[in-house]
Each structure stands twice: as C-alpha cells, then as structure tokens.
Design a binder for this molecule. Structure first.
Ligand SMILES: Cc1cc2nc3c(=O)[nH]c(=O)nc-3n(C[C@H](O)[C@H](O)[C@H](O)COP(=O)(O)OP(=O)(O)OC[C@H]3O[C@@H](n4cnc5c(N)ncnc54)[C@H](O)[C@@H]3O)c2cc1C
Length: 336
C-alpha cells in the first residue's frame, strides 16, 4: 500500500522529533519514521538503583527557544539549571585542578602558565589568521601556548565535541574566535567588539538538564506526535518520480511505501549519505568522509561523600583499558 503525506521525516532523534512537531504545528500533514523501537535516538535516560543515568547527552544550553518549547510542551517546571559558578576540574598529572572561571582566577591559575604573556601580546598586538582552515589545536598553539592546549582547551574540546582538537576546524567549532581575529587582529579586542555591537541584550548562557532525565523532552514531543510516529520501521529506499514527488520504501514494522512532496532526513550522516546517493551518486563523496568520534561512557554510582573514591576507581579502570584514556566523568548522585 502507498500512503500519501505532505512531508516525511526520517529519524526520530531530537532533530527529527522537533522538526516533525514544528511541521505539525504549522498545519502540515507529517509522518515520522524511526528505525528503533523508541524515539529519542542517542538521548536515553535510565533509572538504576535509585540513580538517574544519562546514556547520551547530559546537559544542554538553555536557549530562549528551548525554554519556550518546554513551556509550550508543559515541561518547563522540569528544567534544572546548573549553578553558573559550579566548579569544573581537569585531571593534570594525576591531580584534579580547578578550571579558572573568572579573569582573576585565570591569571593566577597554574593551568595557564606562559599563556598569560601570550594573552597580553594578543591584547596589544595584531595577528592575521591563515588563509586556509586552521585546526583548533594549531590556532591555540599559534596564538597562545601548547600548555593551554594540553591542560585546558584539549580536555574542554574532547568533553564537548568528543573530538580531536588537531582535526576540529576552528571556523566550524569556534567561529567567534576566528571572526574576532579576522576583524580586529586580536581575540580579546575582537570579542569585546562583538559583545558591544550586539543589538539584542546578551542572554546569560545557562547549562540545563531535566529533573527526570533528558528523555523528558523526547516523551513530551512524542506524546504530541503519537499517531504520526512509526517506530521499528526503517527507510530503505528513496526514489524521485517524474512529477517531483518522492517514493519512499519502508522496511520492518511496516512494509508500505510513502509518497510525499518533502523528505527531511534527520539520520546519522552515513544513513543520510546512503539514502541521498540513491538519488544522486555525488552525495556519496560528500557524506562518506564525515567521521563520528567513538565514545565510551563510564558512569560511577556514588553517594555525595564518595565522589573522590569513585573518581579514582573509574580512572584506574578506564586508563587500564583504553587510550586516550578519560575524556570526562559522570557521577550521578543518589537523590535524597
Ligand atoms: C554519549 C553522548 C553524549 C552527548 N552529550 C551531549 C551533551 O552533554 N550536550 C549536548 O548538547 N549534546 C550532547 N551529545 C550530542 C547530542 O546528543 C546529539 O547531537 C543529538 O542528540 C543528535 O540528535 P539527532 O536527532 O540529530 O540524531 P540521533 O539521536 O542519532 O537520531 C537519529 C535517529 O535516526 C534513526 N535512523 C537511522 N537510520 C534510519 C533509517 N534508515 N530509517 C529511520 N530511522 C533511522 C536512528 O534510529 C535514530 O533514532 C551527546 C551525544 C552522545 C552520543
């Protein structure tokens, strides 16, 4: 049987869910196809022995758009905000060192070392970014120091992007830094100029999570979309017909096909590449080189007083079994 819909969203992770919800709200007749038994993709919150474990994302930026989506979905009261001054630590030579979170702490931190003078040079000097794309690591070494890269930027980048700073593009990962140097010849002066020229008042950046786990957002979106989500169903083929409409073949839960004017792919890049190259083989060379970083997740359960012991235990376990060893550590605390 061929089903007709106005738009088809492929992939029921957070991207596909939000997209389908926005289309439905705009009055578009939409169908969402998800290969696995549950929507949410990599967002997966589970409870074990009284602890809440996030097997995917732990926290996210609390943007105005996200807060208004939560209010619309009736889950705004479930949002938790991390204290902005909560300490963060980097493991250096087997010891935890506090990350400097204010300008005075930055200038006195032993993590920074000779970078202080590089910062003074940046404020009073002038530099020009190279013509081609530059990696985050090359940028930090050129402008600041290898120590800043090894002790602060490297751990931060691997924690946020699970990526290698030697491979990450500065222009893609931190476009503001590139623009600041290009416009003013100095990162510090450039950042001040950007902040001053901002038309709208700057929103205080927040780090959020949900009281009952990040799957709260997935469940709320899925409940609004219930009859339009088909789980355990995989999109296997994409074909475009003479009239421009797409004929999409499904496998798994439903072996129907779908005819639609619009297809939105919210799938991992390898799947997106495979599906698009069925329409035009040139897509294959565009998507195939995109790498995903492999991530291993270690969670240690701990009562509040046992954090240090849990940290040591997990570190020993992870460093023995893998290299590079430990990008970050999550210790869920038992709720009282
Ligand atoms: C361990 C981990 C920790 C993270 N931590 C953070 C964090 O702290 N903060 C943050 O902001 N981000 C974090 N991220 C990144 C963030 O979670 C992801 O960028 C985001 O959830 C990706 O959502 P998505 O919908 O684009 O993709 P996915 O979640 O990958 O969803 C894609 C969906 O497509 C489906 N699919 C695949 N093929 C087909 C097919 N042929 N037909 C139908 N469906 C198909 C899959 O089953 C999947 O459900 C983390 C990611 C991971 C893995």
């Amino acid at each position: 049987m061929t089903r007709q819909v106005q738009a088809l969203v492929v992939g029921g992770g957070i991207s596909g869910l939000v997209c389908a919800y926005a289309l439905q709200k705009a009055g578009v007749e939409v169908l969402l196809i998800e290969a696995s038994p549950r929507p949410g993709g990599v967002i997966n919150s589970i409870r074990r022995n009284g602890y809440l474990l996030e097997l995917g994302p732990q926290s996210f930026s609390g943007t105005a758009q996200l807060r208004s989506l939560c209010a619309e979905l009736g889950i705004a009261d479930q949002l938790l905000e991390a204290p902005p001054r909560a300490p963060r630590y980097v493991l250096v030579d087997g010891k935890l060192q506090a990350v400097p979170l204010s300008p005075p702490a930055f200038f006195t931190s032993s993590l920074i070392g000779p970078t202080k003078w590089a910062l003074v040079r940046d404020i009073f000097g002038k530099s020009v970014p190279p013509e081609g794309d530059e990696s985050v690591a090359a940028f930090i070494r050129r402008k600041f120091s290898k120590q800043l890269l090894d002790r602060l930027v490297g751990p931060f980048v691997s924690g946020v992007y699970a990526g290698d700073p030697e491979k990450l593009s500065l222009r893609s990962a931190f476009p503001m830094l590139y623009e600041a140097e290009k416009a003013c010849g100095s990162i510090v002066r450039g950042m001040f100029r950007v902040a001053k020229n901002k038309q709208v008042p700057r929103e205080r950046p927040t780090l959020n999570t949900f009281r009952e786990g990040n799957e709260t957002l997935v469940r709320a979106l899925a409940s609004k979309l219930s009859s339009t989500i088909l789980t355990q169903t995989r999109v296997a083929n994409l074909d475009q017909q003479k009239d421009g409409a797409f004929l999409v073949s499904l496998e798994g839960g439903s072996n129907d096909s779908v005819s639609t004017a619009f297809v939105i792919l919210a799938t991992p890049t390898n799947v997106t590449g495979d599906l698009l190259s069925q329409l035009d083989s040139r897509f294959d060379s565009l998507f195939a080189p995109i790498e995903y970083a492999a991530v291993r997740l270690a969670c240690a359960f701990s009562a509040r007083c046992g954090i240090r012991r849990s940290f040591q235990a997990v570190r020993r376990k992870v460093t023995l079994s893998s290299r590079p060893s430990l990008a970050g550590l999550r210790i869920p605390l038992q709720q009282s």
